[in-house]
Design a protein around this ligand. Sequence first.
Ligand code: SF4
Length: 341
Amino acid sequence: MVQTNTPDLAAIRRRLLAWFRKHKRDLPWRRTEDPYRIWISEIMLQQTRVAAVLPYYARFLARFPDVQALARAAEQDLLAAWAGLGYYSRARNLQKAAKNIVERGEFPRDHASLGELPGVGEYTAAAVASIAFGLPHAVLDGNVARVLSRLAPELGDTKSDAVRKRLRAFAEVLLDRKRPGEFNQALMELGATVCLPKRPQCQRCPVRSHCEARKQGLENQLPVRGARPSADQREKKLLVIEKAGKVLFWQRSAESSRLAKFWELPEPQQLPAALVTDCAGAFRHTIVNTTYFVEVCRATVRSRPRGFRWLAKSCLGDVPVSTTARKALALDAQSRRSGVP
Ligand code: SF4
């Protein structure tokens, strides 16, 4: 590991910040100092790519421009605004936290009180505290852990507690305490755009002369990660049953362990009397460790079955519809446009 107080640390900070100022992506959450907007961006970016977050971020803030608006939002509106981003507990926790903030009367301004908000863990508390309030807390997400494990180099399994502890200590000692928010973002940006998981772009890296992994030819071997659990594979079929501009859906209960209150397309076993007319195609959809091969078929029913509702296609943006249902409807629309089958 790089040692505390070596000249390398100051040089790494300086080079990284200079590079960030020149090369950072222009992202909407980097144009604001509003802690509410920074907090929303950090929650949306958890396990989600920047490109996927961008349209949701703009729409979400147009709908819920401040913490008060989020606190009083109807759950259906909130889930509809989040539909497609996945990990829906994030949206529910956001609203719980917003209510909590409204009750307190002000946005929490330090790491400990940020960490008390529902859905805010160590990483998010450090990110918001440093970016919105300039407090010296180092972030350690997947991107940062990868960069640090290569700079060091750290040869242990990054999933182990001992290695996480070492990387955290390195992140704290490397942090630029005068500009913690900018420095944290610079390190994350380097991991997201240059120090990539596969084939890091070392020739473009501002800290390459300090990187031990590169010096030792280990950049493609690090970080070391324990074996991932293999993905489970399943097949399912969804029915698109359409009538006069409306589609047949069912709604998950409030107690459902997954996607509570989301609207879903029916599966054939739920509607044995449905008559399948043709199939639009198939797609793959992965949820955590399970990959579904989803076949999308069109069908008809004589009348609306109990427990099902017709939802107008034009209103589907206003209700929480699951991602698999959205993908199935998009595939159906695409195959109709291209005249297949
Ligand atoms: Fe990552 Fe390469 Fe830069 Fe090292 S030199 S930090 S491996 S991009």
